[in-house]
Design a protein around this ligand. Structure first.
Ligand SMILES: [Mn+2]
Length: 262
């Protein structure tokens, strides 16, 4: 592929954090809270240029306001922009999280993908465009990569997609399918996927495409708790490396121990 971006970037890609409410009477933060804090720490340590959250940051659309406030306080710690793509657990239905809460107002560095036919967010300072399609309903007819525009210049082109990947020979039977051919046909540099809870590389020809897997150890069957560091390199293209989220594994057994409230 001829066109790749002119400057080197490091992106942190996560998904499926599934933040839920802090159970009453427990002292220890829930695992998802610890994982998300550790992800933000990693982004700061690595001085990444952008954080991509490819769906299901929240476990459901009725999480309490203090859970939203926690997420926003973590996002505000970043020194870089972040893009949130809603997933099936935090989709864009009326009265859902992203209708009740204005993340852009609460965190000046955060953009949420809300356009149902897709939207492109340009980051001129990074020589980068990010595209995603807002999910209102998780259903077989919703293709997360439908309507993606053709690339037309040499900026880095990164798409986000929350759904289930299908190889060319597999019939897409589940909701929000992401087809191998759709990934290939984008011609974009990277597709930041979410939904599968294990780290997986589904790159197609010149298009890198990965699931980071959930950062939560207890939900993944592979070695637990990863994010992806995506190096966009003018000389070598896109290089993706999984990194374990250390904080997600801290005191793994202790989250079951709760202390009765007053
Ligand atoms: Mn999902």
């Amino acid at each position: 592929m001829e066109a790749i971006g002119s400057r080197r970037l490091t992106l942190l890609h996560t998904a499926d954090v599934h933040l839920d409410d802090w159970p009453q009477g427990t002292m220890e933060p829930p695992g998802a809270h610890r994982a998300f804090e550790a992800i933000i720490d990693r982004a700061l340590d690595m001085q990444v240029d952008l954080v991509l959250i490819a769906g299901d940051l929240f476990d459901h659309n009725r999480v309490a306001d203090d859970t939203i406030a926690f997420a926003q306080s973590q996002l505000r710690r970043l020194h870089c922009p972040a893009v949130i793509l809603p997933g099936n657990h935090d989709c864009l239905h009326p009265n859902g999280i992203y209708h009740r809460h204005d993340f852009g107002a609460a965190c000046g560095n955060v953009r949420v993908i809300t356009e149902l036919d897709g939207q492109t967010i340009a980051f001129p300072e990074l020589d980068l465009v990010v595209w995603g399609r807002g999910m209102e309903a998780h259903e077989p007819g919703f293709h997360p990569l439908a309507h993606i525009p053709a690339r037309h210049d040499g900026r880095w082109h990164v798409a986000m997609a929350h759904g289930f990947f299908y190889e060319d020979f597999e019939p897409p039977e589940r909701s929000s399918p992401i087809l191998a051919a759709e990934i290939r046909q984008t011609g974009w540099d990277y597709v930041a996927m979410g939904h599968k809870h294990v780290t997986a590389n589904h790159s197609q020809e010149g298009v890198a495409a990965w699931y980071p897997g959930t950062p939560l150890p207890e939900w993944s069957t592979a070695p637990p708790g990863h994010v992806l560091l995506v190096e966009c390199c003018p000389e070598h293209g896109v290089i993706v490396r999984p990194h374990q989220v250390a904080g997600a594994c801290r005191d793994r057994g202790s989250r079951r121990q709760s202390i009765s409230g007053p």
